[in-house]
Design a protein around this ligand. Structure first.
Ligand code: CP3
Length: 378
């Protein structure tokens, strides 16, 4: 059996309207007899991992942040009546939801279906993900006593993650699986604010007002994040992405002093696989986020990739950065913008095509599939 073909497991870009697809959409996948060692070896040769390693390629690989989710009708059907966090705790659902965009869109990598708050939930933080809002924490972090109530994470807290990753690595064959976690700053923001926040005012008040407590909190969160990523890598994930979605709220000097050492500890602990590091509005931080220990720096849509390559400097690949709202533009505009991003990406030593942030729920999956074809043909 060819280890690079997905035909026996995950049909690439399969017909999304066909009977077979509809019938399969609500069924959970059967196991395939493929050894994890074989799958990992095939994935190592994939375009995605080669781009992360800055090896030459005929075309850029492509995947999309939030490629699993509400944009896909088969996701909406599967999630009916099941809460977001519950679905993250069920290895069978995690497996199926992770595979859905690989089947439908023909992307070059899968990303584990989970959420950045899953490790916090796993160690006992009382939180929920409210549709249309995001993560909401029942008792926001306020003082040192709250730190004492935040335990370190062990593999026993997240058995469903290791189980899902092991199964996925087999199902995916030569398609690599990206593991992920939220970075300490972004997790701290949800804990301290109690939910999504525009200005991160309470977070910054703690950071500037009580540096020792801030440092202790980020140290604890770095430990939780690293342990969560180790579970994924040890179970067979081929790469990791550390999401520091909201760290663009900080000036570079404060990022370096108050955040970067903690992110660097996480990235150093996963150096056995390629590490992608991403945030939104991080144009001023791109160099430092690379220097924190990333192999690939994720770039949002605000900074053209040529300029991002200059800011990041040598020795790192880039990921990005089509504006996620561009999928709503007319087809000729989508095509022109995709080709512009591909062209700009040639300035980087390696380029993984992606959106500049996650897929918006209203996105037409057919447009995403078309973007994949365009990237592969550019
Ligand atoms: O396909 C993938 O990329 C993997 C799945 C994934 C999810 N969340 C699933 C999810 C990933 C990588 C995340 C990371 C995540 N979660 C981040 C970092 C990435 C980023 O967007 O910057 C952040 C900040 C979160 C927190 C979070 N979780 C938000 C802001 C929301 C949206 C809330 C809403 O309903 O608008 C979530 C919920 C969430 N996480 C959904 C999915 C598919 C939607 C839940 C649903 O389907 O009801």
């Amino acid at each position: 059996m060819s280890t690079t073909s997905l035909s026996t497991t995950v049909p690439r870009g399969s017909d999304s309207s066909g009977e077979a697809h509809r019938a399969g959409a609500c069924r959970l996948p059967g196991r395939v007899r493929r050894s994890a060692v074989m799958s990992t070896a095939a994935a190592a040769d994939s375009a995605f991992l080669r781009a992360c390693r800055r090896e030459p390629l005929p075309h850029a690989p492509v995947w999309f942040m939030r490629q699993a989710g509400r944009a896909l009708p088969e996701y909406r059907r599967l999630r009916e009546g099941i809460g977001m966090l519950e679905s993250c705790r069920r290895a069978d659902l995690v497996t199926e939801i992770t595979l859905q965009p690989v089947r439908r869109l023909g992307v070059d990598a899968a990303i584990l279906f989970s959420d950045i708050v899953v490790p916090l939930m796993a160690v006992g933080v009382d939180l929920d993900i409210v549709p249309g809002v995001g993560p909401v924490v029942a008792e926001p972090f306020r003082d040192r006593a709250d730190l004492d109530r935040l335990p370190e994470l062990t593999a026993d807290h997240v058995p469903y993650v290791a189980e899902a990753v092991r199964g996925l690595v087999q199902e995916l064959g030569g398609t690599p699986l990206i593991g992920f976690a939220g970075a300490p700053f972004t997790l701290a923001s949800y804990l301290v604010e109690g939910g999504p926040s525009r200005n991160h005012a309470r977070t910054k008040a703690l950071m500037y007002g009580d540096p020792p407590l801030w440092s202790a909190l980020l140290d604890r969160l770095a430990g939780i994040t690293l342990a969560f990523l180790r579970v994924q890598v040890d179970a067979g994930a081929s790469a990791v992405q550390l999401f520091d979605s909201w760290v663009g709220a900080l000036p570079a000097a404060d990022y370096r002093d108050l955040v970067m050492p903690h992110s660097a500890r996480v990235l150093a602990g996963t150096a056995d696989v390629p590490r992608i590091h991403f945030g939104v509005g991080t144009g001023e931080l791109l160099h430092d986020m690379g220097a924190a220990g990333a192999d690939v720096v994720g770039v949002d849509w605000r900074v053209p990739l040529g300029e991002a390559a200059r800011r990041v400097g040598p020795g790192r690949a880039l990921q990005g950065n089509l504006d996620p709202t561009l999928v709503f533009a007319p087809p000729d505009v989508v095509e022109r913008k995709v080709r512009e991003v591909v062209e700009a990406g040639r300035a980087a030593e390696g380029h993984v095509f992606n959106l500049g942030h996650g897929v918006l729920p209203e996105t037409d999956p057919d447009v995403l599939a078309r973007v994949v074809e365009l990237v592969h043909s550019s």
